[in-house]
Design a protein around this ligand. Structure first.
Ligand code: HEC
Length: 283
């Protein structure tokens, strides 16, 4: 009797597993989640265009440039701090000119995983590396006429491109460029369009996550460039004290946290609001 009973039990267990297995399969098929939408389908998730991204990063860059130019370079010069082209030379006690703050940001950005590129270009540049290519030069002629940004796709470099006018807003721009020995143009005038802040990105669209990542990475480069200046300033013969205060209060430089906090306060409101507006737009 005993072995036979064992057998019945075994069969019952097998049957039990068989039905459980069938139930599981039925469950999986019936409840299988629908396939994830691909980019071409109707609801790809919230996206912004690369042109909208350029608008956001252009604003971020304009805020940091103004902060650097006015609160560090402008106020710092009155204290006797120097800002020059060769600031990276080890024996030069100086910080980057505004155009070089941007260049340092751009070259750090290039080494990063985010495929956004930036440069301050011109059709009459001091530095040949800042010269526009043929397509950009053509678009720059329009910018000089109407001072409006140009947004277009460059087939040759396979990049979406955004060019934003860079205007001689103060006499110092004109004077320094006209006097510079490497400048091919000596008759810049106030309010001339001297160049264009130019952004490149390989894709037409970005997800919200990608856009936020780009902004995060860009801000990290602003911080890194500022920190490289602080490191340099530490070794000056009369180093300013680094902390809460700014050069307009005396021989001080804000720490990178303080610098970035003021930057973020200025920049974030616009960036947030524009992002909400962009994501709210249909299509
Ligand atoms: C003290 C000198 C100085 C001042 C002031 C200055 N620049 Fe420049 N600028 C330079 C130098 C030097 C470069 C080249 C930097 C490089 O090597 O990329 C440059 C680069 C540029 C470029 C990129 C094209 C080029 O010439 O290489 C533009 C555009 C530009 N500056 C516009 C401006 C504007 C607008 C202002 C004022 C808001 C200004 N600059 C103020 C010295 C100056």
């Amino acid at each position: 009797m005993k072995p036979r009973k064992q057998k019945t039990n075994n069969n019952a267990i097998k049957l039990y597993f068989f039905f459980t297995w069938i139930l599981l399969l039925v469950y999986l098929f019936v409840n299988a989640p629908p396939p994830l939408p691909t980019g071409d389908q109707e609801s790809p998730g919230k996206q912004i265009s690369s042109y909208q991204l350029f608008e956001l990063v252009q604003h971020e860059n304009a805020v940091v440039r103004k902060l650097w130019t006015q609160k560090i370079v402008g106020a710092g010069k009155k204290l006797g701090l120097k800002f020059s082209e060769d600031w990276e030379e080890p024996d030069v006690e100086a910080g980057p000119l505004p155009a070089l703050f941007l260049r340092a940001t751009a070259s750090r950005l290039e080494k990063n995983k985010v495929p956004l590129s930036l440069f301050l270009g011109s059709d009459a540049p001091i530095n040949q590396a800042n010269e526009f290519d043929a397509r950009q030069t053509e678009k720059f002629q329009k910018i000089k006429q109407d001072q409006q940004p140009q947004l277009f796709y460059s087939e040759d470099i396979e990049r979406y491109t955004g060019m934003f006018p860079d205007i001689a807003s103060v006499e110092a721009c004109v004077k320094c460029h006209n006097d510079h020995k490497e400048s091919p143009k000596k008759d810049w005038k106030i309010l001339d369009v001297m160049g264009a802040t130019t952004w490149l990105y390989p894709k037409a669209q970005l997800s919200l996550e990608e856009a936020l990542e780009v902004i995060k990475v860009l801000r990290a480069q602003f911080r890194a460039v500022y920190e490289s200046y602080l490191k340099k300033a530490e070794a000056f013969s009369k180093p300013p004290q680094v902390g809460e205060k700014w050069p307009d209060e005396g021989s001080y430089l804000p720490s990178s946290d303080v610098f970035m906090a003021v930057f973020e306060k200025e920049a974030s409101n616009y960036t947030m609001n524009r992002l909400f507006e962009m994501l709210g737009q249909d299509g």
